[in-house]
Design a protein. Structure first.
Length: 192
C-alpha cells in the first residue's frame, strides 16, 4: 500500500463520523498522571461534569515523564449531559486483573480501553478503563483476560474464546510479573 492510498483509506474511514458529528460541538479535558488512583479520581470528577471517555495512551511525555494520558469529551449540543462512572484497573499480575475484571463485570462496568501504565511504584502495569451509566440497569458482563508471550498461542486462545461467544475488545503489550513481556487481550460476553 502506498502512503497516498493509506492516507485516503484513513480519510475515508473518518468521513462518516465527521459527517455525523458536524452539528455537534465538543469540550475536551486532557488528564495526565503517573498514579492510577489519581487518574481514576480525575476521570470520575470529569464524569460528574458531563464528560465521557474518549481515549487513553500510556507513555513518556516531555514534561510529565512516564504518564498515562486520558482524553475526556463532552458533547455541548446534547440535550442532557451524559452520566458515567469510571473504574481504572492496573496490575502486573494477570490473575489479579482477571479477578478485578470479573468483579467489574458483575457490577455492570463495560470496557472502554487499555494501555500500559508505567507507574513509579509498581512499574509497567497493564491498565484497563471501564465505565457504566448509573441510570441504566446493569448488564452483567463476563470478561476473559488472555496473556501470552507467543502470538501463535494468542491466536489459539482468541479463537477458542470466539467459539465460546466472547468478543475481542482490546489488547496491549505489557510486562507482567510472571510472564515477562506478554500480549494481553481482553474479550467479553454478556452473562446469561
Amino acid at each position: 500500500m502506498t502512503k497516498a492510498t493509506g492516507f485516503l483509506t484513513i480519510l475515508f474511514c473518518t468521513l462518516p463520523l465527521a459527517a455525523q458529528d458536524a452539528a455537534a460541538h465538543f469540550d475536551y479535558r486532557v488528564l495526565a498522571t503517573t498514579r492510577t488512583g489519581t487518574m481514576s479520581k480525575e476521570m470520575n470528577d470529569a464524569a460528574q461534569a458531563g464528560f465521557v471517555f474518549g481515549g487513553v495512551m500510556g507513555g513518556q511525555t516531555e514534561f510529565g515523564g512516564k504518564e498515562v494520558v486520558v482524553v475526556m469529551k463532552k458533547n455541548l449540543t446534547a440535550p442532557k449531559p451524559a452520566k458515567r462512572e469510571y473504574k481504572l484497573l492496573a496490575t502486573t499480575r494477570t490473575g489479579t486483573m482477571q479477578k478485578e475484571l470479573r468483579q467489574a463485570g458483575d457490577d455492570g462496568f463495560v470496557y472502554c480501553g487499555m494501555t500500559v501504565f508505567d507507574s513509579g511504584l509498581a512499574g509497567r502495569e497493564v491498565s484497563v478503563i471501564l465505565e457504566r451509566d448509573p441510570d441504566v440497569p446493569a448488564q452483567h458482563i463476563e470478561y476473559r483476560l488472555l496473556a501470552t508471550s507467543r502470538t501463535g498461542t494468542m491466536q489459539k486462545e482468541l479463537q477458542q474464546a470466539g467459539d465460546e461467544g466472547f468478543v475481542f475488545r482490546g489488547m496491549a503489550v505489557g510486562k507482567t510479573a510472571l510472564g515477562g513481556a506478554e500480549v494481553v487481550a481482553i474479550a467479553e460476553r454478556p452473562l446469561r
